[in-house]
Design a protein around this ligand. Sequence first.
Ligand code: SF4
Ligand code: FES
Length: 261
Amino acid sequence: MKLELHIWRQKGPKDKGRFVTYNVDGIDTHMAFLEVLDVLNEGLIARGEEPVAFEHDCREGICGSCGMVINGIAHGPRRGTTVCQLHMRFFADGDVIYIEPWRAKAFPIIKDLVVDRSAFDRIVQAGGFISARTGSAPEANSIPVGKEVADLAMDAAECIGCGACVAACPNGSAVLFVGAKITHLGLLPQGQPERYARAQAMVEAMEHEPFGACSSHRECEAVCPKRISIAAIARLNRDFVKGSATHSEHATGKLEETAPA
Ligand code: SF4
Ligand code: FES
């Protein structure tokens, strides 16, 4: 296959950036999309030119480090697929492909296709964990978890923190990502003690970052490579509201013990 690639090149955060056109040849249909960039970079290095910077690690759809906008779609044209798992058989010989970094205020461009997603790390640091002592694996396994709840929690736990949801959202909102974390931890028994405080802390951390608000466009759900449902956003909102109520009851001395819902 021959391809005409238009790739966003930007030397650093302050550089204006521009599209540069590259023609690549000898692309096999079995190659993954990142391998096309590898082929391109080998050629650029051989010619003494600067290779295209892009992020990757596992190349099997689990680490969340890869991510770019391909022909206007975060992670490219295949639903439920990360860029590293996107194979060239889904493209045609002679295709013209535009490749850009995530475009979101909260993810400033570092170089070329690499963006700074540390805003996600700061949200997770605020509450995306369980501090209850759950013992070793056999003890944890002795806590019964209903199949339906376990499945919902595991579906949410599939979120790989890639940031496509933010990049696709017209508002640059992070609520699908935060909703996935809240759902994954808040549904399991081990996550109950901090459930509502977690929602409060993570939303507060999210609001300290330049993410926008959700206005239900559902672009996030459409591009999520792990097909996280916007039901996660509803769970986030419920836990956040309940956390707010608990907080004000604390403040007015009216707190009563409530069983987790
Ligand atoms: S919710 Fe989906 S798109 Fe957003 S960070 Fe998680 S895996 Fe990526
Ligand atoms: S490189 Fe790990 S998910 Fe793509």
